[in-house]
Write a protein that binds this ligand. Structure first.
Ligand code: AMP
Length: 114
């Protein structure tokens, strides 16, 4: 059996988190080591390791996650300027192998991505 990630433990309530939103498909928590004034993580309840592991059956979930990200950004007051980041794979900086979307906001962004 694959070992549970820290995000599965958070979703199951086994370890605490600063949860700001949840529904039947996902949760949104504050990142424990924020890299911007607002740094949130939107995490599907389904333990998909990374973006590239999603399958066609995950299409509705992916749409839900993207819409939810926009709604949460509005809810926390950063709806006009936020960045969404997905690290896919260790070589892209992924450290927790349970798919998650970073929402970053609250400071100026450059036009480039890297
Ligand atoms: P990534 O490097 O894309 O896999 O992102 C993992 C993120 O999870 C990092 O930004 C960490 O700071 C964050 N993180 C790790 N453990 C926790 C935790 N217990 N609660 C909230 N965020 C966490």
């Amino acid at each position: 059996m694959t070992e549970e990630t820290i995000f599965t433990k958070i979703i199951n309530g086994d370890i605490p988190s600063d949860t700001i939103y949840e529904d039947e498909h996902c949760i949104c928590i504050r990142d424990i080591a924020p890299q911007a004034p607002t740094h949130l993580l939107v995490i599907p309840r389904k333990p998909i390791p990374k973006l590239a592991d999603m399958t066609p059956e995950d299409k509705p979930l992916l749409g839900h996650l993207m819409l939810t990200i926009g709604n949460i950004a509005q809810q926390v007051g950063v709806g006009d300027a936020f960045r969404v980041v997905i690290n896919n794979g260790a070589n892209a900086g992924q450290t927790v192998f349970h798919l998650h979307f970073h929402i970053l906001a609250g400071h100026p962004f450059s036009e480039g991505l890297v």
